[in-house]
Write a protein that binds this ligand. Structure first.
Ligand code: ATP
Length: 141
């Protein structure tokens, strides 16, 4: 069976962590970011590293994005870029689009655009840590 192919937009801490973890697990990973420095830093760790602004349909088509199974939009601060890329990916027909949200309103917009999974990293990590702290696995303070 063909292994899933992943494309990640945005090389902040979240994007780099997702990209390198998938790559270490043996998956084909493409990363896209306008920063030349970030692309150079990660180029030896992933299958393809492309310096580009992904908010443009022609660029996405030229990169062959329609062949990927999963796309991860890992852009938090630049909400406009995050929203535009998510919209284009859904229009292209990527089967599973994961998008990182930075605020609740950002989350709601991504939902309306049809993102398949939306991540609020700080919120999710906070819940996980709290759950872990009250689970039976740790010493009761
Ligand atoms: P972190 O994951 O570190 O919390 P963040 O959510 O604050 O990061 P940003 O700093 O907004 O994320 O952006 C992450 C990356 O997204 C940056 O490396 C930036 O260059 C990249 N980025 C911004 N606009 C685009 C775009 N149009 N296409 C692709 N990547 C982009």
């Amino acid at each position: 069976m063909k292994r899933k192919q992943f494309v990640i937009f945005g090389l902040g801490r979240f994007g780099v962590s997702v990209a390198t973890t998938l790559s270490e697990a043996g998956y084909e990973v493409m990363v896209v970011d306008p920063s030349e420095e970030k692309i150079q830093e990660i180029s030896s760790l992933v299958t393809h590293a492309v310096q580009a602004d992904a908010t443009d349909m022609d660029t996405l088509c030229a990169l062959g994005i329609r062949n990927f199974d999963v796309a991860i939009v890992a852009i938090g601060k630049d909400m406009q870029a995050s929203i535009m890329i998510t919209l284009l990916l859904k229009e292209i027909g990527i089967p599973y689009v994961v998008a990182k949200a930075s605020t609740e309103i950002h989350q709601r917009v991504l939902e309306k655009l049809g993102a398949d999974r939306i991540i609020l990293p700080e919120y999710e990590m906070g819940r996980r840590i709290a759950t872990n702290l009250i689970s039976g696995n740790i010493i009761d303070y």
